[in-house]
Write a protein that binds this ligand. Structure first.
Ligand SMILES: Cc1ncc(COP(=O)(O)O)c(C=O)c1O
Length: 496
């Protein structure tokens, strides 16, 4: 593959005082760079004129070196395109270091890494996350996104660009977007906030990361829902926290058990509007119990409100943050479900007295998501596209949810028990004893059915087997067939 490479002086060093001729120094440096794989087959080499000027040499030694390299087959020239490292160089000529295992010299030395990083399971992409389609989790209906309006706003942004937008921004985020989000959260989610409390981040995951850096120390105990959102657990583990699993039931987090297990936990991470993965909505009495605990023990509550715009049988539930009278709740939200996940824009609502701490930590991490997307999103919200999109998608997802629930009842009622279909873009189903969800998910992926197993959502050994079924990205037409396929997979698993 061709690749334009700029700035060769660090790679091609010449010493005018050396006895070795200049052309030979240039030749040797290129050859060494190719053999060591700093330059790869197919990569573009600068013209003799520009390299000579970069190295402050006359063109003659560079021309001589190039003609030698061309003659020996290290370089090839393509008419009208320039000079390239020969694309067909054999591997023996460019031996590659095995970067994944390290060279033997490196392996002999101790290679210490932070204990925290080894607490997180290795990064892997299990079979069931490798594709998109029926039952993929975390997948909104991206094909229904209003591309036309969005691309018009992007074009408008570039047309009317203020040069200040190209400078470093406020680590709290772009003011107009913060104002738009604050207004939306007050009206639609019952969040008590002013725009100054809003920080723009690159998604809920970073929101939790920033919150952990501000609020938690290495060794701090944190309540996490059991079962719960595994990526949030990884963020907390990488902050060095001690996870305290607290069971969830139909009323959400079992606060009394949390208090029994660790009443002095520094924080609780909860998704009260739509618990992940089982989907419970936290009852009012549990909400007050949790807030009372936080106030009396001086603990923090991180409320993850990741998909509560979509509640189908009643109005969306107001946030826990809105009930908090002691500023103990850090509220985090995301545009991953309501718009699309690669946008990487989310937000934190920070208690007023902590805003400076959050801003300082955020600034130490990076400055914020690209101004372009923050500004376009602000206009997208302010001009009404956002609320229109949510209204439209609520109808689409309600239909998908209904078709999925009906199909499960029709095909799999005796096998699967469904949980948490009242909101969001997924529901969970549990399996009777004897089934192994991971093995079935791996099998199903071979048939383009993307079933996320439920068991990895548990921290303790006492796990339930089942699946998390996303319906956001699966059309109502596809769902019945996908459920029949799931039934066939379960039947053949039984027969084994
Ligand atoms: C519980 C929960 N929180 C948050 C998110 C979204 O995360 P992000 O904003 O980092 O894309 C997800 C995505 O699936 C989730 O399941």
């Amino acid at each position: 593959m061709e690749k334009a490479v700029g700035g060769f002086s660090p790679l091609i060093r010449v010493d005018r005082n050396a006895s070795k001729p200049l052309y030979e120094q240039v030749y040797d440096a290129f050859r060494a760079a190719i053999v060591a794989r700093y330059l790869r087959p197919g990569e573009r080499i600068p013209s003799t004129r520009s390299l000579a000027s970069e190295l402050r040499l006359s063109r003659i030694p560079v021309l001589n070196a190039y003609s030698q390299l061309l003659a020996e087959g290290y370089f090839e020239s393509r008419v009208g395109a320039g000079t390239f490292v020969t694309s067909s160089l054999p591997d023996q000529l460019t031996p590659s270091e095995d970067y994944t295992r390290g060279s033997s010299r490196l392996r002999r030395m101790p290679r210490s890494i932070a204990r925290r990083s080894s607490l997180i399971p290795r990064y892997e992409r299990p079979a069931w996350v490798r594709g998109h389609g029926a039952f993929s989790v975390s997948q909104p209906a991206v094909d229904a996104f209003p591309f036309h309006a969005w691309s018009n706003l992007i074009a408008r942004y570039w047309r009317n660009l203020h040069l200040s937008a190209l400078q470093y921004g406020d680590p709290m985020g772009y003011r107009e977007l913060r104002e738009a989000i604050a207004a939306y959260l007050r009206a639609s989610r019952g969040v008590m906030c002013e725009w100054r409390q809003i920080m723009i981040v690159s998604g809920s995951q970073q929101a939790l990361d920033v919150s952990a850096r501000v609020l938690l120390d290495v060794g701090s105990p944190v309540w996490v829902e059991e079962p719960g959102y595994w990526l949030a657990r990884h963020v907390l583990l990488s902050a060095g926290c001690r996870l305290v699993p607290v069971p969830v039931d139909d009323d959400g987090l079992d606060v009394a058990t949390g208090i029994e297990r660790c009443c002095k936990a520094r924080a609780a991470y909860v998704a009260p509007s739509h618990q992940y993965p089982l989907g419970a909505m936290m009852s009012a009495s549990r909400r007050f119990q949790l807030l009372d605990w936080a106030q009396s023990s001086g603990s923090w509550i991180v409320e993850d409100d990741y998909d509560s715009e979509y509640r189908y049988d009643s109005k969306p539930i107001a946030s826990l943050q809105g009930l908090d009278r002691s500023s103990r709740v850090i509220y985090i939200g995301t545009f991953s479900k309501v718009l699309f996940p690669s946008l990487r824009v989310g937000y934190i609502v920070i208690p007023s007295d902590l805003v400076d701490h959050f801003a300082a930590i955020r600034h130490a991490m990076d400055v914020g998501p690209p101004h372009l997307y923050q500004a376009v999103l602000a206009t997208f919200i302010n001009e009404g596209h956002f609320s229109r999109h949510i209204r439209r998608m609520r109808l689409t997802y309600r239909e998908r949810r209904e078709v999925l629930v009906t199909s499960i009842q029709k095909e799999l009622d005796s096998v699967l028990q469904a949980h948490g279909a009242e909101a969001g873009l997924h529901l969970a189903v549990t399996l009777p004893r004897g089934y192994r969800d991971r093995a079935i998910s791996a099998q199903a992926a071979l048939q383009n059915l993307w079933l996320w197993p439920l068991s990895p959502s548990y921290l303790s050994k006492n796990v339930r087997q089942g699946f998390i079924l996303g319906f956001g990205g699966t059309t109502a037409k596809e769902i019945p067939e996908a459920v029949r396929k799931l039934r066939a997979i379960l039947v053949s698993d039984r027969a084994r």
